[in-house]
Design a binder for this molecule. Structure first.
Ligand SMILES: C[S@@+](CC[C@H](N)C(=O)[O-])C[C@H]1O[C@@H](n2cnc3c(N)ncnc32)[C@H](O)[C@@H]1O
Length: 217
């Protein structure tokens, strides 16, 4: 199932991707305000994710989110004070993200975070190949991973991405090889039980179902 621009519709002022999975209609849109309200506990700076990024110690980091997806991780980084450049190569996801950013800027409760995210429709490998600026403090990679049998059902947003996108480990390794040359730290998100994308991370931050592998150049 590929992402199809024709499935984008407007629902209550939100750009929404409507598709059918196992006979059921699903609507996917991004709403930072809802996530912000629901995820207050995830915003604590002692979270594994903020530690892996280095944001628990220093907040004003320049981070490249090279696999932006539905911008959930970019939003967390921006809430912790980072300046985020987010890149997404799938046009549908880029458009959903751009719509959510525009709405977020109009919402005084979250606009101060949302303004720290700049989203571009681009393949990160192309971006990094041409990038001449100073190294990023962190480049973050959350590539799709190969499906694992018997995993319990992930959240709806992750199921949506899994239904439409393939995980290509070789492509992700190619992206990593470029990232490690343009960052002071690279962080790769992986499910537990799947080997690191690249062997011998400098450090692993382990959660209950996922871990963050941290690499230094
Ligand atoms: C698992 S999702 C990321 C989810 C994201 N962290 C979030 O919070 O929603 C992986 C995303 O990376 C994108 N992606 C993979 N390789 C990419 C590349 N080389 N350049 C840009 N985007 C890429 C895919 O299209 C997909 O949307």
């Amino acid at each position: 199932m590929r992402l199809d621009l024709r499935n984008l519709i407007n629902v209550d002022g939100r750009l929404t991707y409507r598709f059918v999975k196992e006979g059921q209609e699903w609507d996917i849109s991004i709403d930072f305000h809802r996530d912000f309200a629901v995820n207050q506990s995830a915003l604590g700076k002692k979270q594994l994710f903020s530690k892996a990024l280095g944001l628990s110690k220093k907040s004003d980091l320049r981070i490249l989110d090279a696999t932006a997806g539905l911008l959930g991780d970019s939003f967390l980084m921006s809430c912790w004070g980072a300046q985020v450049i987010a890149l997404e190569r799938e046009k549908v996801l880029y458009l959903l993200g751009q719509d959510a950013l525009e709405r977020g800027l109009q919402n005084p409760k979250i606009s101060s975070f949302v303004k720290n995210i700049r989203l571009f429709h681009k393949d990160s490998r192309l971006f990094l190949r041409n990038f001449q600026g100073p190294s990023f403090d962190v480049i973050y990679l959350d590539p799709m991973f190969p499906p694992k049998k018997k995993r319990s059902l992930p959240p709806k947003s992750a199921q949506f991405l899994q239904a439409h996108l393939d995980g290509d480990e070789e492509e992700a390794r190619e992206l990593f090889a470029m990232a490690i040359q343009k960052a002071l730290r690279v962080v790769v998100k992986r499910p537990l039980g799947i080997p690191p994308l690249i062997e011998r991370p400098h450090h692993q931050f382990r959660g209950k179902s996922i871990r963050y592998d941290m690499y230094l150049p």
